[in-house]
Design a protein around this ligand. Structure first.
Ligand code: GDP
Length: 328
């Protein structure tokens, strides 16, 4: 009898202490809780009413959480503050049915973020189709951000939409940049115009445009040199290429997780040369996406595509809803 009890007891202890097999979870960013904590005075005031009027004190913690979520997602400090101020203003300006305070707060956050991120989108395929030929695209941005890979991805997309392309290897500064673009050109069967390293990039682009005219090629895609930091020589060089080629669109290619540095660089490029659109790369390596939110809000230029991997098909149209979903 005693042994039976002892066995049962040890089986029970073993069961309790045995660890459950570890569940393999996909890594998703932590979601924060923005539910406001209504203070006593708000609750008393709403006691005999159907609606609640939120007060600043009720929202303090939720807004703090929201600001933290934005900062953690790499949203620029000033942008995060501005967002929270605007959201606070909207939350305080209305009476809300008692039962739907939570959903009112969440929806207000979602709507405000969407509005503050809004910019007119560009359909580059339609634009290229309806423009006079050749359509000229100038690619700008720091080295290593994925400029040449993105050119290759876009060229494939154009081809799938019945448009032909030619590459201009106008980064004559960085070692191996011409060979790198040539490799993509070979894989895709796209013609490429190149000169020697150190040659005038504007001349390379000019030759590519003439070649496109001669061969009735629809689109000229011009690669340019990038530096990690903004440099006056580079800006002068880019200004010259822009003057000579008169591009239909200037696209800045940057890493989605590059944060503040990228925003500052994009701003100085925009002031000097003018950026029309962004393509953000390596979104597959950035679980949050706050840099994209800051770009839209601060530069007011559309993000036309995002890079989601190294393969030529890893290019997706940008959807602001996805960013909001990642952040909140
Ligand atoms: P460039 O110097 O700006 O022309 O950069 P590259 O096009 O050579 O890209 C640098 C590296 O980033 C290469 O290894 C690319 O395969 C990689 N890359 C480019 N775009 C993406 C992307 O969207 N996701 C990931 N994971 N890697 C990318």
């Amino acid at each position: 009898m005693f042994d039976l009890l002892k066995n049962k007891l040890s089986a029970f202890v073993a069961g309790v202490t045995k660890k459950a097999p570890e569940e393999k979870k996909e890594e998703i960013p932590d979601k924060r809780d923005f539910t406001p904590e209504l203070k006593a005075i708000t609750k008393v005031r709403a006691l005999f009413e159907k609606e609640v009027r939120l007060r600043e004190a009720d929202l303090r913690e939720s807004l703090c959480e929201l600001e933290l979520a934005l900062l953690e997602a790499d949203v620029h400090e000033d942008t995060a503050k501005k967002f929270c101020e605007e959201i606070k203003h909207r939350l305080l300006s209305k009476s809300v049915p008692k039962k739907s305070v939570d959903s009112f707060v969440k929806e207000t956050i979602r709507h405000t973020l969407k509005e503050l991120m809004y910019v007119d989108q560009i359909d580059i395929i339609e634009k290229a189709k309806s423009s006079q030929k050749p359509f000229k695209i100038l690619f700008l941005g720091p080295n290593g951000a994925g400029k040449t890979t993105t050119m290759a991805k876009l060229s494939k997309l154009f081809s799938e939409n019945g448009l032909t392309t030619i590459f201009a290897a106008a980064d004559t500064f960085r070692a191996a940049s011409i060979e790198q673009l040539e490799e993509h050109a070979k894989k895709l069967g796209v013609p490429l115009i190149k000169h020697k390293y150190g040659a005038d990039p504007a001349a390379v682009a000019f030759d590519a445009i003439n070649s496109a005219k001669a061969k009735s090629i629809d689109i000229v895609m011009i690669d340019t040199a990038g530096r990690q930091e903004t440099n006056m020589n580079l800006i002068q060089e880019l200004k010259k290429i822009t003057r000579v080629t008169e591009p239909n669109i200037k696209i800045f290619v940057g890493e989605a997780f590059a944060g503040k540095t990228l925003i500052e660089q994009a701003k100085s490029f925009d002031n000097a040369i003018g950026i029309d659109a962004f393509i953000m790369t390596k979104v597959d390596a950035d679980p949050k996406g706050g840099t994209m939110l800051s770009i839209l809000h601060e530069l007011k230029k559309p993000i036309i595509f995002i890079g989601t991997g190294q393969s030529y098909d890893a290019l997706k149209r940008f959807d602001p809803e996805e960013i909001i979903e990642r952040i909140i």
